[in-house]
Design a protein around this ligand. Structure first.
Ligand SMILES: [Ca+2]
Length: 388
């Protein structure tokens, strides 16, 4: 019995030793609890999570920042979780950084996650004081080939002197070193403004690889793939020159909200998918009665989608019917005419299944000192609302 327990314990240990994250691995480091922050000198400044207003070139505005310390030299680490790598295989390690020329930053790689072992390991990046090439956001790429398979750790070391400036990092990635095209850019998906069942999807094709380097001579885009709602199968496979596509009922489009993804294949290698959200598609179905739009908690997006506002010929008002958010009194719809009004606020279509008497109730407030005239009409379309 005892023997079995020992064997089981050994198996569990073997498993934990291979528990590294797989590649491709990508993290902003900031707010990533798998990373260790080590501040060797107690009471000194440390790496901190910051939100930047700069365009970092990575999908986040969260960065790790070491800021100057007027009393202590830096000895500060950011250490990755274990990353599973295969011995003899080529990997690409990427990081986005913005480092002042006065700072000293090094990146190490080793099979243990302690500062001493990392410092004695492979050095990937060695920025000395005075190097001026890194003081705007830029991508550093290192090609590494680990000798042995297993879990590897990466350590980013800040070692600047007292009273220097700052270093910022984000977008740490480990990938196999194989060619991949860059993503499409400027992707949009716009529903038809007249509420027809149509979405116009457009994008710009990449001219670079996933590192932002120009595509090699002779490389061309084989195909462009469009995906709807996160499905793995593309909804359209297009020529490599395509920069737009229209989704319709004939390609399976239905009413409602959708998302789109677009990827390209270059010389047989797929890009990462770029994604975008699309507003409500198609006609608004008539709502059954009883109907309550619950204006107090309605969103601006739903107001724009379901309600119609407009000015008739007699309107000289510069104001218009508008949706206003209020956490105090609840959301509401307001109209401050500022001029002679002939302005409409029209509900979405409502459906009465049988003839009879219906009750219409609205909670409204006018202006005591400047009386208003408000009428309520019923009609069968938004262009002819005064017909009833
Ligand atoms: Ca420190």
């Amino acid at each position: 019995m005892k023997k079995i327990t020992i064997i089981m314990a050994c198996m569990a240990l073997a498993q934990t030793m291979q528990a590294g994250v797989p590649v491709p691995y990508s993290t902003p480091i900031a707010d990533d609890s798998a990373w260790k922050i080590i501040n060797v000198v107690e009471g000194s400044n440390a790496w901190e999570v910051k939100t930047t207003s700069d365009e970092t070139g990575y999908d986040t505005d969260k960065v790790m920042k070491y800021n100057w310390d007027t009393r202590h030299a830096a000895d500060d680490w950011l250490i990755s979780p274990a990353v599973s790598l295969e011995g003899g295989k080529e990997y690409k390690v990427k990081i986005r950084c913005n480092i002042h020329k006065q700072e000293i930053v090094k990146i190490f790689m080793a099979i243990h996650d302690t500062p001493d072992v990392l410092k004695a390991g492979k050095i990937l990046f060695d920025k000395a004081e005075g190097d001026t090439d890194y003081d705007k956001w830029n991508t550093q790429i290192f090609i590494v080939t680990p000798e042995e398979s297993g879990d590897w750790y990466f350590g980013i070391w800040e070692g600047s002197d007292i009273n220097k400036y700052s270093s910022q990092v984000t977008g740490f990635e480990v990938l196999e070193n194989v060619f991949a095209p860059g993503k499409v850019t400027g992707l949009t998906a716009v529903p038809d403004a007249g509420k027809a069942m149509e979405v116009f999807v457009s994008w710009m094709l990449p001219a670079v690889d996933s590192d932002g380097q120009p595509l090699s001579e002779g490389y061309s885009i084989d195909n462009v793939y469009v995906y709807r709602d996160g499905n793995e199968e593309p909804v359209a496979t297009l020529d490599g020159t395509a920069t737009s596509w229209t989704d319709t009922e004939s390609t399976g489009l239905t009413g409602g909200y959708h998302s789109y993804e677009v990827a390209v294949k270059v010389n047989g290698a797929m890009s990462v998918k770029e994604q975008t959200q699309c507003g409500f598609v198609g006609p608004i179905a008539a709502a059954p009665l009883p109907w309550d739009p619950d204006i107090k908690t309605m969103s601006k997006e739903d107001f724009d989608l379901f309600f119609t506002t407009g000015k008739a010929a007699g309107s000289e008002a510069t104001g218009k019917w508008e949706f206003k958010e209020s956490s105090w009194s609840g959301n509401n719809i307001q109209f401050y005419p500022k001029g002679k009004a002939d302005d409409w606020l029209i509900t979405p279509p409502l459906k009465s299944d049988k003839a009879g008497i219906y009750r219409f109730r609205i909670n409204a407030k006018g202006n005591d000192s400047n009386p208003t005239q408000t009428e309520i009409h019923i009609g069968t379309d938004t262009d002819n609302a005064s017909s009833g």
